[in-house]
Ligand binder design. Structure first.
Ligand code: NDP
Length: 345
C-alpha cells in the first residue's frame, strides 16, 4: 500500500483554496469552505476534511451549486434571522449569519437562525462552537438526503440529520460541544469503511432486503439505521421538522428527489438557536450572571471527569487541535492524487 501523504494545516488550506479557485468559487466562498475543511483536518474529523473536497467540486462541476453565491441576510422577527445561501455552500452563509444571530440572542435572550437554500456538507460543531466562544449556548441541526429508515421501516426516509450543542466555559477553557449524526453513524464513515475495505459495525445499516449487514456497500445501497432505535428515529424526525417544515425548506426525501446525484451535498436548510445565559436567570444580562451559571456547569463536568474512562464530548477534537499544528495531518495517497487532479482543473 502506498504511503499516506503528509500535509501541514497551511498546506491543507492552500490546497483547498487552489482547488476551489480552479473551479470558479468566489474568494469568499472558497475561504469559508477551505476554513471548514481545514478545521476538520485540524480536529481529526476525517470524514469532513479533505475527503469532502471531491464531493464539493462534483456539485460545482455539475452546475448544481452557485460557486460565487452571495448570501442574503433577512431579519424576519426580533428573534429570528434568516440567511438565504442563494444556492451556495453553507459555510459562507453561516459566517455571515453568525453576528446577527449572536446580536439577537444577546438582545432577546434567545434567537433563531434559519439557513435556507444552502448546501451543507460539513460537521456542525464549527458553527455552534463559534457561538459558545462568545459566551452563548448554541444548537444546530440539518437534514440531508434520505438514507436512514424510520423505526421499524426498511427504506431510507430521514437524512443522517446531525445535531450539535455547545456550552461555553469560562477561564479560557474551550466550549463543551457534542455533534452527532442521528443515524448510528455518519454516512461519510460508511464511505470511508468502503474505501478502506473494512466491515462496518453491526447496527449501522441494513441491506436493500432489510437484513442487518456489516458490508459497507450493501449498507449504502440499503438503509442506515438511527442511533438508539425508535428514540434516535424520533430525534431524526425532529430535525426534519425544524430544518425543513419550520424554516420553509425541504425534508430529506424532498431534497433527495430533486438532487442530481452528482455525489455532492443536497440542497436544504439548517436550523440553529443561540441562548444568552446571562438573560436566563432574571439578571440584567451582565457577565456576573453568566459567570455563576458557567461555574455551576463546571461542577457536572468535574463529576464526569472524575470517573475513570469518562471524558467530555469534544475533548478528542481539542486534543487533536493541540497536536496537528506541529505534526500536520495525513491523508490516503489515493485521496491526495485525486486532489492533485482537481487542482489541475
Ligand atoms: P461520533 O459518533 O464520532 O461523535 C459524536 C459525538 O460524541 C462527538 O461530539 C464526540 O466527541 C462525542 N463522543 C464520542 N465518543 C465519546 C466518548 N467516549 N465520551 C464522550 N463523548 C464522546 O460522530 P458521528 O459519526 O455521529 O458524526 C460525525 C460528524 O458527521 C458530525 O460532526 C456531524 O455533524 C457530521 N454529519 C454531517 C452531516 C451533514 O449533512 N452535514 C450529516 C451527518 C453527520 P469527539 O469529537 O471529541 O470525539
Amino acid at each position: 500500500m502506498s504511503e499516506p501523504a503528509r500535509l501541514t494545516l497551511d498546506e491543507v488550506h492552500a490546497l483547498a483554496m487552489e482547488i476551489f479557485a480552479a473551479h470558479g468559487l468566489s474568494e469568499d466562498q472558497a475561504t469559508a469552505v477551505a476554513d471548514t475543511v481545514t478545521a476538520a483536518e485540524r480536529d481529526d474529523c476525517k470524514s469532513h476534511g479533505l475527503f469532502r473536497v471531491p464531493g464539493y467540486m462534483a456539485s460545482v462541476k455539475s452546475g448544481k451549486v452557485t460557486p460565487d453565491a452571495v448570501p442574503a441576510v433577512h431579519h424576519l422577527a426580533p428573534g429570528v434571522v434568516q440567511v438565504d445561501a442563494r444556492n451556495g455552500f453553507a459555510p459562507l452563509a453561516l459566517k455571515v449569519g453568525r453576528e446577527p444571530l449572536a446580536g439577537k440572542a444577546r438582545e432577546q435572550g434567545i434567537a433563531v437562525l434559519a439557513l435556507v437554500n444552502g448546501y451543507h456538507f460539513a460537521a456542525l460543531w464549527p458553527e455552534t462552537e463559534a457561538l459558545a466562544e462568545q459566551g452563548l449556548v448554541a444548537f444546530a441541526c440539518t437534514s440531508y438526503m434520505p438514507c436512514v429508515a424510520p423505526a421499524g421501516g426498511t427504506r431510507p426516509l430521514y437524512g443522517t440529520n446531525p445535531i450539535a450543542f455547545s456550552w461555553p466555559r469560562g477561564e479560557g477553557k474551550p466550549p463543551m460541544v457534542f455533534d452527532q449524526a442521528t443515524a448510528a453513524s455518519a454516512r461519510g464513515e460508511i464511505m470511508i469503511h468502503e474505501r478502506d475495505g473494512k466491515p462496518i459495525p453491526e447496527g449501522w445499516a441494513i441491506d436493500p432486503d432489510g437484513n442487518p449487514t456489516t458490508d459497507p456497500a450493501a449498507g449504502l445501497a440499503g438503509a442506515q439505521l438511527p442511533f438508539g432505535g425508535y428514540k434516535g428515529a424520533a430525534v431524526a424526525l425532529m430535525v426534519e421538522l425544524l430544518a425543513g417544515a419550520l424554516i420553509g425548506d425541504a425534508f430529506s426525501y424532498e431534497a433527495g428527489g430533486r438532487d442530481n446525484g452528482d455525489g455532492g451535498p443536497s440542497k436544504g436548510g439548517e436550523f440553529m438557536f443561540a441562548i444568552d445565559p446571562a438573560r436566563c436567570t432574571g439578571g440584567d444580562g451582565s457577565d456576573e450572571g453568566r459567570a455563576a451559571q458557567l461555574a455551576h456547569a463546571e461542577g457536572i463536568f468535574e463529576k464526569i471527569l472524575e470517573q475513570d474512562g469518562a471524558r467530555l464530548p469534544s475533548d478528542r477534537r481539542y486534543e487533536a487541535r493541540r497536536r496537528t499544528p506541529a505534526e500536520g495531518i495525513t491523508i490516503p495517497r489515493s485521496l491526495y492524487d485525486a486532489l492533485m487532479e482537481l487542482k489541475a482543473g
